[in-house]
Design a protein around this ligand. Structure first.
Ligand code: 6GU
Length: 266
C-alpha cells in the first residue's frame, strides 16, 4: 500500500516511522510519503490560507496549492512498495512533485475499484470506525490531505469526488475538534496499516479485539503475577478450562460494553 500525506507540518507525521508502522514500511508492506503543501505554492510567502468568503472567524485553506499537490501525486502512477528503501521510508518533506519513480497501476483501491482514495480528515466528516479501516485496508493507494485552520476550501473535495479513478472520503475520528488533520491521519493510518497481512504478527489477535465484533468491547486481560498488590487474577483464568474461560470472557465483554458504551450495547 502506498500512502501519501500532504500537510503544512510534515514533522507531525514522524511517529509514523516508529513501531508497527515503521516495521511495515521497512518490510515493504507500506510506503509512506510525506509532502509539504507549501512546495505547491508559488508566492514569496508560500501562502496556503485566506479569509473565508461570507465572513467569520479563522482562515480557510486556499484550493490552488491543494489542487496542484493532489494532481501531482495522482499524476504519478501508482508505485508498489519495494522492500527496504535506501532512503529512510517516507520523509519526503521537500520533494516537490511527488516522486515519480515507478509505476504499475496496481489494482483497485478504496474497496470500490478506484485507483486512489483521497482521504480528507475533517471534524465534519463521516465517522471513521473499524469497518471503514477494514475497507480502506483493501486500498492500494491512499492520499491524506491534512487541513489546518478552519479547513480546506470545499471545492477541493467536490472537484476530486467527480474524478475518474478517485474515491473521496471526508472522515472524522470523533466528536471533538482538533487543530488540524495530521493527528487524525496518524490515527487512521495506524488503524488501517495494522490490518495489512504481515504487519501484526498474530492474525488471531486481530480477530479478538475490541470493535472487531461490532458492538462488543474487549474483555479485561491479565498476566503474571497471579496476585499483584493484593489483587488476584480471576480464578477461572487459571483453571485451564477453555470453555469456562471463553464463557467468562464473553460475559465480561458484555458487561463492560453495557457499562462503558451503553450506546453500543444492543
Ligand atoms: Cl479528522 N480533523 C479535525 N481537525 N478535527 C477532528 C477530526 C479531524 N476528527 C475529529 N475532530
Amino acid at each position: 500500500m502506498l500512502i501519501d500525506v500532504i500537510t503544512i507540518f510534515p514533522e507531525y507525521l514522524a511517529p509514523a516511522q516508529l513501531s508497527l508502522l515503521g516495521k511495515a514500511a521497512a518490510a515493504g508492506i507500506v510506503r509512506l510519503q510525506v509532502h509539504d503543501l507549501r512546495n505547491w505554492t508559488s508566492d514569496r510567502h508560500r501562502t496556503v490560507d485566506d479569509t473565508p468568503y461570507g465572513g467569520g472567524a479563522g482562515m480557510v485553506m486556499k484550493p490552488e496549492p491543494w489542487g496542484l499537490a493532489i494532481d501531482d501525486l495522482l499524476g504519478a502512477p501508482t508505485r508498489r512498495p519495494q522492500a527496504p528503501e535506501p532512503s529512510p521510508p517516507g520523509q519526503v518533506p521537500g520533494a516537490g512533485a511527488g516522486g515519480s519513480e515507478l509505476l504499475e497501476a496496481a489494482g483497485g483501491t478504496g474497496g470500490q475499484g478506484d485507483e486512489v482514495t483521497l482521504v480528507i480528515p475533517t471534524a465534519s466528516g463521516n465517522p471513521f470506525d473499524q469497518a471503514l479501516a477494514e475497507r480502506l485496508a483493501g486500498a492500494t493507494r491512499l492520499v491524506f490531505a491534512c487541513g489546518r485552520y478552519e479547513g480546506i476550501d470545499a471545492r477541493v473535495a467536490e472537484h476530486y469526488r467527480g474524478r475518474d479513478g478517485v474515491a473521496v472520503e471526508e472522515l472524522s475520528i470523533g466528536d471533538y475538534v482538533l487543530a488540524g488533520g495530521e493527528v487524525a491521519a496518524l490515527v487512521m493510518i495506524e488503524a488501517i496499516t495494522r490490518l495489512l497481512p504481515g504487519v501484526v504478527g498474530n492474525a488471531a489477535s486481530l480477530a479478538e479485539e475490541s470493535h472487531v465484533r461490532p458492538g462488543l468491547l474487549e474483555y479485561p486481560v491479565y498476566t503474571k503475577p497471579a496476585v499483584w498488590r493484593g489483587l488476584e487474577v480471576p480464578p477461572v483464568l487459571l483453571s485451564g478450562h477453555h470453555g469456562k474461560v471463553a464463557a467468562w470472557r464473553d460475559d465480561q465483554a458484555r458487561q463492560r460494553t453495557a457499562q462503558m458504551r451503553p450506546d453500543l450495547a444492543g
